[in-house]
Unconditional design. Structure first.
Length: 199
């Protein structure tokens, strides 16, 4: 009985060790290139390190190396297609530039130039809206990529920023900024233009 208990305890300890997230040091080393790229694009080394190490600890060391997922679909008529999610590589610095299209809020900039920094793991991305100092999540697909942030600095107002971009460099894109108030009202500004790689 004691031998069985010892085996169970050791087995549980080994399984727990296997499931433990990577250390901060291991993640910082594995994500070193992405951290440097993010810091160069945004000028915020500590924020980049914190966000990328946090992602690595949640998703594993492989999250800093990119990656792809492949799925196979059988269409009507027996035609089989294979799609590689995340094959569109969008990681790195980007800049959106475009004129104001609509403004429900009033006072929007006639032209917006907004630096962005994107990290990618397969079809999942994280977009940092540099000017707003906000990070959000998004995804990559055959039609392009998108990301959205949502922050509520007070109980009376929340802010959302969203980028939607077609594949390519430069690529057609839309950028939206929303303000959502505690009373349920909201307003939005939208710019249409291009995103290009680089700060």
């Amino acid at each position: 009985m004691r031998a069985l208990l010892t085996v169970l305890v050791l087995g549980t300890a080994i399984a727990a060790a296997d499931a433990a997230p990577p250390s901060k040091t291991a993640c910082a080393a594995a994500c070193q290139a992405e951290i440097a790229d993010c810091a160069a694009a945004t000028g915020h080394l500590a924020r980049c390190r914190r966000q990328l190490v946090r992602r690595c600890r949640r998703r594993g060391l492989q999250s800093c190396a990119g990656g792809t997922m492949t799925s196979t679909t059988t269409l009507p008529g027996g035609v089989t297609t294979t799609t590689t999610a995340g094959s569109l590589q969008v990681a790195g610095p980007w800049t959106f530039d475009g004129p104001l299209l609509t403004d429900d809020c009033g006072g929007g900039a006639a032209r917006l130039t907004a630096p962005l920094y994107v990290t990618q793991t397969g079809a999942d991305i994280q977009v940092t809206f540099v000017n707003e100092m906000e990070a959000g999540t998004g995804e990559v697909g055959a039609a392009g990529w998108s990301g959205r942030s949502h922050v509520c600095p007070t109980t009376t107002v929340c802010f959302e920023h969203e980028i939607v971009a077609a594949p390519g460099n430069p690529a057609d894109a839309a950028f939206a900024a929303r303000q959502i108030y505690g009373d349920g009202t909201s307003c939005q500004r939208q710019w249409r233009g291009k995103v290009r790689r680089g700060p």
